[in-house]
Design a protein around this ligand. Structure first.
Ligand code: GRG
Ligand code: ZN
Length: 365
């Protein structure tokens, strides 16, 4: 099989440039840094705020009150009469941005229960109706009223309703039956629709849906774990599917999938840590998809979430503490676990926040 990879330079950064990343993220949240226009485009605004707020929360950085207020007002102005939420004002509502908006509001501790329309940022009943309207007869979900079907939209719908505590509003059994139709027996992973090529991003969406629904027993975790572990390349980085280049965001899509099925230790932690660290810009802060490329908040979030999973969830009982220490000589994971909070592998939010809301997810061991 063809292997495409990158080579890490000998002088690649090995430490975590914590303060620089927080500064980079704060600048993005305040929308004051004009050097990242390509990802600040309006059609990704709601996602961009979710990536930034989540990364800042994981780095234990407080969100200034005026920034919080601005974000809440933006979400208010992205609400639509059908209950859906758009990426930016005057754009069309879509489930991708609806989930991001809900994640942001939950992370910012905004009270979604308020019955006073003046106080409530979104109308929860209307938003639930929007999600319900997206489900098709075969259990699948459209992303919006244009009708594209993809398991990404299944995950966004299920995760949105789980955060709103309204999972009973959809036919969850049928939704999971559709997810299982996207399961590929041959490699144990999932595609975007039935009979589509397996991809780790879509595998995360399917495992997240199965985890929320408590249906993880329906997959072959060993076969899937093997396919996911094979995503690691000689550089230590991970790709999304065979024969593709490594990309930092797969430190989330692949690692969270492995964490959900209890097989995170099937990849080489130290090699992946070196790849993640090499994707930092030590001058501006932030992470890029591959070493030396332009940084952006999307890859910055997934660099940090990857580090969080490695720091808090990687338990390898097969090697002794002594060997573990030997392996850890490259990057001090112990120090990292004190700087970065634990991320929830299903919701990609602070684990504490999900626990505080008593939202249950299933994990395999
Ligand atoms: C709450 C974290 C979170 C996510 C919400 C939007 C979403 C749910 C998940 C996205 C999952 C994902 C990354 C899917 C990828 C789909 C796909 C087939 C990408 C292929 O893109 P290429 O060809 O990338 O540009 P590769 O790396 O395969 O070359
Ligand atoms: Zn990427």
């Amino acid at each position: 099989m063809l292997i495409r990879d990158v080579e890490l330079k000998h002088d690649s950064p090995k430490e975590f440039f914590f303060d620089k990343h927080v500064k980079f993220l704060n600048n993005y949240a305040k929308n004051k840094d004009n050097s990242y226009e390509q990802i600040m485009v309006e059609y990704l605004k709601m996602n961009g705020i979710y990536w930034t707020i989540t990364a800042l929360k994981l780095a234990d950085s407080s969100i200034e009150n005026d920034v919080r207020q601005e974000i809440i007002e933006l979400i208010r102005s992205c609400k639509h009469p059908n209950g859906g939420i758009s990426a930016a004002p005057k754009h069309d509502p879509h489930i991708l941005y609806t989930l991001s908006a809900i994640q942001i509001l939950v992370s910012l501790d905004v009270n979604l229960e308020s019955s006073n329309p003046e106080e409530s940022v979104i109308d929860v009943n209307k938003t639930v109706e929007f999600v319900m309207s997206l489900q098709n007869e075969d259990g699948s979900f459209n992303g919006d009223h244009w009708g594209e079907v993809d398991v990404r939209f299944t995950f966004c719908s299920i995760a949105s309703l789980a955060l709103l505590k309204r999972l009973d509003a959809i036919n969850l059994d049928l939704a999971i039956d559709f997810v299982m139709k996207c399961y590929n027996q041959i490699d144990g992973a999932f595609g975007c629709r039935p009979n589509s090529e397996s991809h780790s991003g879509l595998t995360y969406c399917c495992l997240g849906s199965l985890s929320i629904a408590g249906q993880l027993h329906r997959i072959d975790a060993d076969k899937l774990g093997w396919w996911l572990a094979e995503r690691q390349l000689p550089s230590g980085g991970l790709n999304g599917r065979p024969e593709k280049l490594p990309d930092l965001c797969y430190s989330w899509w692949v690692l969270s999938s492995l964490a959900i099925i209890g097989r995170l230790h099937w990849i080489n932690k130290q090699k992946l840590l070196c790849f993640i660290m090499a994707c930092q810009d030590t001058e501006t802060g932030g992470f890029s998809d591959r070493p030396g490329n332009m940084v952006d908040p999307f890859h910055t979030l997934f660099g940090i979430t990857g580090l969080s999973l490695l720091a808090h969830e990687y338990f390898d009982n097969s090697i002794s503490d002594h060997e573990q220490n030997d392996q850890d000589d490259c990057i001090d994971i112990e120090k990292l676990s004190k700087k970065i909070h634990k991320v929830n592998p299903v919701f990609c939010m602070l684990d504490q926040t999900i626990n505080k809301m008593s939202i249950r997810t299933q994990r395999l061991s």
